[in-house]
Design a protein around this ligand. Structure first.
Ligand SMILES: Cc1cc2nc3c(=O)[nH]c(=O)nc-3n(C[C@H](O)[C@H](O)[C@H](O)COP(=O)(O)O)c2cc1C
Length: 350
């Protein structure tokens, strides 16, 4: 067994990862996220990651209606913590590569090399339409072309004295970004498409994959590992997983069922629309969706021992290098994970 990474998806958007009126509702609040990060640091988890989100999904829960900024949050958490990786998200369709290069160089100084850059290319149109930043003429392939040019620019700014690049998306004219980071931040990329995986294998150290089944996740993880090896590099593969931990398996199942009962169908339909579904289709799907669609990610339930077994089943079954954990109630659940589940996982990982 090789060591696996266990990280936490920070709840920097109100409501966390449960779209439900009967689930706990983490606030979009710095002090709350700081407590989560301190717990993750104290229990010896490997990273915390904050997403970047600009528009929520309404409904009775106002899901993700309130969010706090990823980069200033993660910079503050770098100062508050000592060991844990601190990974923030940047939209390459919004931020110029020269801005990104300097922000993440500074993060590397604050964190003494624990910084991570999750690069996303802004695929949810309404978030950017509200700022006049959505370009309807750009295809999915164009967005990855932009991402590749952007990442190349950032890597060059991190290592070269000055950079000149003329691209379809931005221009660098003898552009300087000094000092350079002592070590390259951990580059993180989330995506499941073939283009997304190609980008991850070539540039990222950590790939977040989504899939419809364990078999598909394994296929994607193998693909990223193989493509990275062909480039003479490695890229770790990760999935998101929500843990519903109870004193017993039955108690955890009851808690998950209770969360599912409060599914917010309006917010769920709005989220699907933001993915590009037609409004009608999203509404009729959400009306009949099973309650456990309230969980935004795959989830497992159980006592601490069962949770440890099931986490390993996911890691082994999908050939992953790590998991990014989500908890319904971070401040209640993370201590249970840290004291009762993580030691079992670390012991089994060897
Ligand atoms: C773990 C994870 C984190 C993500 N974080 C963000 C984010 O913070 N902001 C955002 O706009 N998109 C985010 N996304 C969406 C991705 O950037 C990407 O658009 C999506 O995974 C689809 O990629 P694909 O077109 O390659 O399949 C995230 C996705 C995953 C799986």
């Amino acid at each position: 067994m090789t060591r696996k990474d266990y990280g936490v998806f920070l709840p920097n958007a109100a409501g966390g990862w449960m779209i439900s009126s009967t689930a706990p509702y983490p606030p979009a609040d710095y002090d709350y996220n700081r407590q989560v990060a301190l717990a993750a640091d104290g229990y010896g988890l490997d990273f915390v990651m904050a997403m970047s989100k600009w528009l929520g999904f309404g409904g009775a829960t106002d899901h993700w209606g309130e969010t706090i900024d990823s980069l200033s949050l993660i910079a503050a958490l770098a100062e508050a913590t000592t060991h844990v990786g601190v990974w923030g998200t940047i939209h390459c369709n919004v931020q110029h590569p020269a801005f990104a290069a300097k922000i993440f160089t500074t993060l590397q100084q604050i964190s003494h090399g624990r910084g991570g850059m999750n690069i996303v290319n802004g695929s949810y149109a309404d978030e950017f339409r509200q700022m006049g930043l959505w370009n309807d003429s750009m295809s999915h392939a164009d967005r990855y072309r932009m991402t590749e040019a952007w990442m190349t620019a950032v890597d060059r700014l991190w290592t070269e004295p000055e950079v000149t690049m003329k691209t379809d998306f931005f221009v660098l004219d003898r552009c300087q970004s000094r000092p350079h980071p002592v070590t390259r931040p951990t580059v993180v990329s989330a995506g499941r498409s073939a283009l997304g995986r190609k980008f991850q294998a070539k540039y990222a150290d950590a790939a977040f994959l989504g899939s419809d089944s364990m078999a598909e996740m394994r296929e994607f993880a193998r693909d990223v590992h193989d493509q990275a090896a062909a480039h003479g590099r490695t890229c770790g593969t990760y999935a998101m997983l929500t843990l519903v931990i109870g004193e017993t398996d039955a108690a955890a199942e009851r808690a998950a069922a209770a969360y599912a009962q409060g599914i917010d169908r309006v917010a769920l339909a709005n989220m699907r629309s933001s993915w590009g579904w037609a409004q009608e289709k999203a509404l009729s799907w959400a009306e009949d969706a099973p309650g456990d669609e309230a969980f935004q990610t795959p989830y497992i339930t159980g006592s601490p021992t069962t949770i440890a077994e099931r986490v390993h089943r996911v890691l082994d079954g999908a050939e992953l290098d790590g998991i990014m954990l989500i908890f319904p109630d971070y401040l209640r659940d993370l201590p249970v994970f840290g004291t009762e589940v993580l030691p079992l996982l670390r012991a089994a990982d060897g």
